[in-house]
Design a binder for this molecule. Structure first.
Ligand SMILES: Nc1ncnc2c1ncn2[C@@H]1O[C@H](COP(=O)(O)OP(=O)(O)OP(=O)(O)O)[C@@H](O)[C@H]1O
Length: 654
C-alpha cells in the first residue's frame, strides 16, 4: 500500500466534531488503553525505581553460579553469579531511554520533513521526498549496523541517534501524504483566506488532524528502537558492558544459556521486549479510537439489545395495526454517557403507515437526523440507543424489532426493506465507481441470483423512473450535476423496492426549482410503488405540501403531531406556530415572517418544565415546572403543551 493510501486510511480528527470532550476521551479510558498504559507504567516505574529498591549490583560476581530463580535471586543468576533481576531492572532503564529518545528524535525529524514537504510542495517537496525515499529503500538494520560499527563511542545516546536517523523516513512519508490531502480542505483554505501565517496553519490547522499518525509513528518507533538496540547489543555492536535487555541476551548467548538449560537468563529480557511491544500497541488502539470515535464498537450489540428492557407496549387498534409499516416506541438516544450526555432523542413515539409520507420538522439540533440514524441503525458512537423499540412490519408477517436484529438480519433489512437518502449525494456516492456499478452492487448483494442482464435492465428502469437519462448510467458521480446526483441516490434507494424510504434533508443543498422537481418525482413514485416515506427537513412549509402527517420535534421530543392540513390550519403548539411563521409559503397570501426568538436548549441540561418555555411568548407559571405530555387534542392530533390541556386557575401567564 502506498503512503498516500495509508494516509487516507489512517483516521484523522474531524474538524468540528459534535462529540463532547468527555465522550471523546472514552477511547483513552477503554480497557485496552488502560491495560497498555498500566503495562507501560510498570516498565517506567521498574526502570526508574527498580535499581533503587533492588539494591544489588548487576555486575557484581558471586559464587551463586547459574542458580534458577529463588528467594535470594528472584530471576536467578548468570554463569558468573550476577543477579539477573538487577540486570533486567537497569536494562529496563537503558532500553526505555534509548527507545523514547530515538522516538522523540525520529518523530521531530519526520514532522519537520513531512509537514514542510506536504505543505510547501514544489521543489522543497521533491527534495525532501527524495531524501525520505533514499532512507526508506536502505534496509534499516544493516544501515544501523554499519553506522554503529564505525562510531567512536557506542553509548546509549549514540545508539538512539543512530536509530532515529534510520527510523524517521516512514513517518515522514505518511505525514507528507496526509498533509497533501488536508492542505486543500475547506477549513485550511478558510484559515488561509483569513490571513493566518503558514506556520500557524501548519501547527494549529493541519497538525491536530495528524495526531493519530504522529502518535502511532512515535509508539512504533519506540518499539523499533528497543528492538534495534537489542539487536545491536546482541550482535555486540553497542557497549555490552552497559546493561540493556539486548546486552543480557548477548551474554546469555555467549555463555550458551540455551544449551545449558538456563532459561531464566534469556526469558526475562525476551519477555520484557515482547510485553512492552504489546503495551505500546494497546495504547495505540486507544489513541486511534480517541481521534476517530467511529472506530469504537457500537455498544448496542444484539446481546445488549436482548437485555434491554422492553419498551412499554402501547397496543394499536387492530384496524390500524394492519397498515403500520414502522413503529417507534419511547425511543431514547444519547450521545455520550453520564451527566454530560446529550439527550438527542428523548422518548419519541411515531407510527408510519404503508404508503404515507410522515414529515419530521424542527430546527437544527432538534434530533431529527439522530432519529433517522437510530431508525436505520446507522448511529455511530458516541451515539447510543438507550431504550425504546423500533418495529418493522414486513408484509403479512410478524413485526421485527430493528434494534434487536443481528448483523445478517440488518444487512438483509437495510436497503431491501428500508432505504435512506442523505443530504450530501457527493458523500454518499462512491466517487470511483459509475452509477451502474454502484446500483448493480446493491442488486448483487441482496439478490445474488440475478443475471447481469437483469441487473442492467433494473438499473435503466430505476434511472428512468427518477428522471435520469439511461445513458448516464456509466457516468461517475463527479460528472453529474447536484440535482442529478440526488436523483441517482434516490434511484439507488429504490433499486430494491423498499417498503420505507427515509429522506434526511434530501434536497436542502439544491435550488428551489430542482428541489421541487425532485420532490414531485418522489411523490409520483410513491403513488406508483406504494412505499412509505419518512421525510426529515427543517422546512415546515415544504412538509405541509408533501406530507400526509407531520411530527414537529423540539429538544429531542415530538411536541406536536397531526395531519399536514390540520397543522397548517391550526397549529396548537406555540413552537409549531413559530416554525410556520418562519418560512414563506409557496401558495396562499403573503405573510410577514416573524421567526422564533431565542435559541434551542442545551440538550445536556434538562431543566424542569417545558423545554420551549424560555422562548415561548405564551408561557404560564406551570410551564416552568411541569413537562407537558404529548396528549390528543382532537382525533389524530396530539400536542405537548400545557396551554392545550385543562389547567387550574393558579396557572397565570408569566
Ligand atoms: N456525534 C455527536 N456527538 C455529540 N452530540 C451530537 C452528535 N451528533 C449530534 N449531536 C447533538 O445531538 C443533538 C441533535 O442533533 P441532530 O443532528 O440529530 O439534530 P438535527 O435536528 O438533525 O439537526 P440538523 O438539522 O442541523 O442536522 C444536537 O444537540 C447535536 O449537537
Amino acid at each position: 500500500m502506498s503512503a498516500e493510501a495509508i494516509a487516507d486510511a489512517v483516521p484523522t480528527a474531524q474538524p468540528g466534531p459534535k462529540a463532547s470532550t468527555r465522550s471523546r476521551f472514552a477511547g483513552l479510558r477503554s480497557a485496552k488503553t488502560m491495560t497498555g498504559l498500566v503495562m507501560f507504567g510498570v516498565f517506567v516505574l521498574a526502570g526508574a525505581f527498580g535499581p533503587l529498591v533492588w539494591r544489588k549490583d548487576p555486575s557484581a560476581l558471586s559464587n551463586d553460579i547459574l542458580q534458577p530463580p529463588s528467594g535470594a535471586h528472584w530471576f536467578g543468576t548468570t554463569q558468573t553469579g550476577q543477579d539477573i533481576l538487577a540486570q533486567v531492572l537497569v536494562g529496563t532503564r537503558v532500553s526505555l531511554l534509548v527507545g523514547v529518545t530515538a522516538a522523540v528524535l525520529a518523530t521531530v525529524l519526520s514532522l519537520l520533513v513531512g509537514l514542510t514537504a506536504g505543505y510547501v510542495g514544489g521543489l522543497t517537496d521533491e527534495l525532501f521526498s527524495a531524501l525520505a525515499n533514499v532512507f526508506l529503500v536502505i534496509p534499516a538494520l544493516p544501515l544501523v549496523v554499519v553506522l554503529a560499527g564505525y562510531l567512536p563511542t557506542r553509548g546509549s545516546l549514540t545508539v538512539a541517534v543512530v536509530i532515529s536517523l534510520t527510523g524517521w523516513s516512514w513517518g515522514a512519508r505518511i505525514l507528507r501524504a496526509q498533509t497533501l490531502s488536508i492542505r486543500r480542505r475547506d477549513f485550511v483554505e478558510a484559515a488561509r483566506a483569513t490571513g493566518e501565517r503558514p506556520i500557524r496553519i501548519i501547527l494549529f490547522e493541519i497538525l491536530p488532524n495528524e495526531f493519530a499518525i504522529v502518535a502511532s509513528s512515535f509508539l512504533f518507533t519506540i518499539v523499533f528502537a528497543i528492538l534495534t538496540q537489542a539487536g545491536l547489543a546482541f550482535l555486540g555492536l553497542s557497549d555490552v558492558t552497559t546493561w540493556s535487555w539486548g546486552g543480557i541476551l548477548y551474554w546469555a548467548q555467549n555463555n550458551q544459556a540455551l544449551q545449558s538449560g538456563a532459561w531464566w537468563w534469556f526469558v526475562p529480557p525476551g519477555l520484557c521486549i515482547a510485553v512492552i511491544g504489546m503495551a505500546l500497541a494497546l495504547i495505540n488502539f486507544g489513541i486511534d479510537e480517541f481521534v476517530n470515535p467511529r472506530l469504537r464498537v457500537q455498544k448496542l450489540g444484539p446481546k445488549r439489545a436482548r437485555r434491554m428492557p422492553m419498551a412499554k407496549s402501547r397496543p394499536l387498534p387492530a384496524s390500524r395495526r394492519t397498515d403500520v409499516v414502522l413503529e417507534v416506541t419511547d425511543l431514547h438516544v444519547n450521545y455520550g454517557e453520564g451527566p454530560d450526555a446529550v439527550k438527542a432523542v428523548d422518548g419519541v413515539d411515531l407510527v408510519l403507515r404503508r404508503g404515507e409520507v410522515l414529515g419530521i420538522a424542527g430546527e437544527s439540533g432538534s434530533g431529527k437526523s439522530t432519529l433517522a440514524y437510530a431508525i436505520t441503525r446507522l448511529l455511530r458512537p458516541p451515539g447510543e440507543v438507550v431504550s425504546g423499540s423500533i418495529h418493522y412490519w414486513p408484509r403479512g408477517e410478524e413485526p421485527v424489532d430493528v434494534l434487536r436484529m443481528s448483523a445478517d438480519e440488518l444487512r438483509a433489512f437495510r436497503w431491501a426493506e428500508l432505504a435512506i437518502v442523505f443530504q450530501s449525494a457527493m458523500n454518499s456516492l462512491n466517487p470511483v465507481l459509475t452509477l451502474r456499478v454502484q446500483m448493480a452492487d446493491a442488486l448483487t448483494a441482496h439478490r445474488p441470483g440475478t443475471t447481469s442482464q437483469q441487473r442492467d435492465a433494473r438499473v435503466v428502469e430505476v434511472m428512468t423512473m427518477v428522471g435520469l437519462p439511461a445513458d448516464r448510467a456509466d457516468a461517475y458521480p463527479h460528472e453529474l450535476s447536484g440535482g442529478m446526483r440526488q436523483r441517482a441516490l434516490i434511484a439507488m434507494a429504490l433499486v430494491l423496492e423498499p417498503d420505507v424510504l427515509v429522506l434526511d434533508e434530501p434536497t436542502t443543498a439544491l435550488d428551489v426549482v430542482v428541489q421541487r422537481q425532485i420532490l414531485n418525482q418522489i411523490m409520483a413514485l410513491r403513488e406508483q410503488l406504494g412505499f412509505a416515506v419518512v421525510f426529515i427537513t427543517h422546512d415546515l412549509s415544504l412538509l405541509i405540501e408533501v406530507a400526509d402527517r407531520i411530527a414537529i420535534m423540539y429538544a429531542g421530543r415530538v411536541i406536536e403531531t397531526g395531519s399536514a392540513s390540520e397543522l397548517y390550519r391550526s397549529p396548537q403548539h406555540p413552537y409549531s406556530d413559530g416554525l410556520l411563521r418562519s418560512f414563506p409559503h409557496l401558495h396562499g397570501p403573503r405573510k410577514v415572517l416573524t421567526g422564533i426568538p431565542g435559541t434551542p436548549p442545551d440538550l445536556r441540561i434538562i431543566a424542569p418544565g417545558c423545554p420551549f418555555q424560555p422562548r415561548c411568548g405564551q408561557a404560564i407559571a406551570a410551564c416552568t415546572t411541569t413537562m407537558p405530555l404529548l396528549l390528543a387534542t382532537t382525533e389524530g392530533h396530539q400536542v405537548a403543551c400545557l396551554l392545550t390541556q385543562p389547567r387550574s386557575s393558579d396557572d397565570d401567564e408569566l
